[in-house]
Design a protein around this ligand. Structure first.
Ligand SMILES: [Zn+2]
Length: 388
């Protein structure tokens, strides 16, 4: 695909030097953000395909526009050699345009200068928003763990964890194993941010660059993981957060809690063995508890999975099924669970998200808080509705 014309003699230049060239250039770079779309020509209504994003060569990152790109998928992270690209100015910054006059061909990582993410403009965790890309982030890894997932028939490993700088905590995920370790400080470039169920997440794909840094300016991981609890009202006002710690009294349960039945395919709760997506299924028993935790400033829902519910309730899934045979009514079982948990003071840490129903915490850690029984009884009496 490399050109055999005299254009090949255009000297290759670094992206950082683009500003000094006004016309046609020869660059090699990695496409770190790629979006394909169609535009309609005003003159005749004809359609043209357009690929746009960022091209980075380790010296700098520049926005690019590629008219009529090849029809096959061009992935993020693809390295290209573009000979005869035009340099235009967009909002005072150079931008590359690949037109029919540009010869664009594949290139290999060895043709790029080694990158360390420094070419991207810096951002902090607090500044990042859904859809952001083409930035660098210096952060400390709070934790990271591999998680097997099924992609179609394939089993793959996704590495998930949390990162933090002085401004906040951010979830991240990557299919690539960057061998990240908890506690280490890193500079990350070429990732992008997406929101999933109200949680921002930094996605690091093959195009991302990870460099180890000394991290002298970053707080230690313990500063985030051992923080004292925050008032629920404050967390709610901030729209939740990663690694949020809160503490309060359990004042109730949101039904259905206790013994529930799930679709074996999608894990949705089912009633009468009918999943609203998969129809009639052979439902699987599970335990869960949606606790209402109140700290006096507000209330949050803490969604406990099976293991945490078993620990808190002191009843296993098998035990709960046994009890169901005796009481024959799942709501009676829910009352037994409520008796076991309401009035307990818990400290909870996890990802907190905020929606129309308020703050919900997906806990990583639930532990009994230091409790002064008398104070707790008074507090509980003050917060429970009169009717109870
Ligand atoms: Zn289902």
């Amino acid at each position: 695909m490399l050109p055999s014309t005299s254009e090949e003699e255009l000297p290759e230049i670094r992206v950082r030097d683009l500003g000094r060239f006004s016309s046609r250039v020869h660059v090699v770079g990695r496409l770190v953000g790629v979006r394909r779309r169609e535009v309609v020509r005003r003159s005749d209504g004809g359609r043209r395909t357009l690929l746009s994003g960022f091209l980075s060569d380790g010296s700098a990152t520049v926005r690019f526009t590629w008219w009529d790109p090849p029809s096959e998928e061009i992935d993020r992270g693809t390295i290209v050699r573009a000979v005869g690209a035009e340099v235009r100015e967009f909002r005072g910054r150079p931008e590359l345009v690949f037109s029919w006059k540009t010869k664009v061909g594949p290139a290999g990582p060895a043709e790029l200068p080694p990158a360390d993410g420094g070419e991207f403009p810096p951002r902090t965790v607090r500044e990042l928003q859904d859809g952001d890309e083409g930035f660098r982030l210096e952060a400390r890894v709070l934790r990271v763990a591999p998680k097997p997932v099924s992609v179609g028939v394939e089993r793959r490993i996704v590495h998930e964890g949390l990162l933090a700088d002085a401004t906040g905590v951010l979830a991240f995920s990557t299919w690539s194993d960057f061998a990240l370790l908890p506690g280490e400080a890193v500079r990350l470039g070429g990732g992008y941010v997406r929101s999933f169920r109200g949680r921002r997440q930094l996605v690091l794909d093959e195009g991302a660059v990870v460099a180890r840094i000394d991290g002298a300016g970053l707080p230690p991981a313990s500063a985030w993981l051992a923080r004292p609890p925050r008032p629920i009202a404050d967390l709610e006002e901030e729209g939740g957060g990663e690694a949020a710690t809160l503490e309060g009294l359990v004042v109730g349960l949101v039904p259905p809690s206790g013994l529930v039945f799930r679709c074996p395919s999608c894990r949705r709760l089912v009633t009468g063995s009918v999943c609203r997506v998969h129809g009639r299924v052979s439902a699987v028993a599970d335990l869960r508890a949606r606790l209402v935790l109140d700290d006096g400033t507000g209330a949050a829902t803490v969604a406990l999975g099976r293991e945490a519910t078993e620990r808190l309730w002191g009843t296993t899934l098998a035990g709960a099924r046994e009890r169901l045979r005796e009481v024959a009514d799942p709501s009676a079982l829910e009352e037994l669970l409520a008796e076991a948990v309401v009035g307990r003071r818990l400290r909870v840490r996890g990802a907190a998200t905020c929606d129309d129903f308020g703050l919900t915490v997906d806990p990583e850690q639930v532990e009994p808080a230091e409790i002064d029984l008398e104070t707790a009884a008074v507090e509980l009496a003050a917060r429970l509705p009169e009717a109870r």
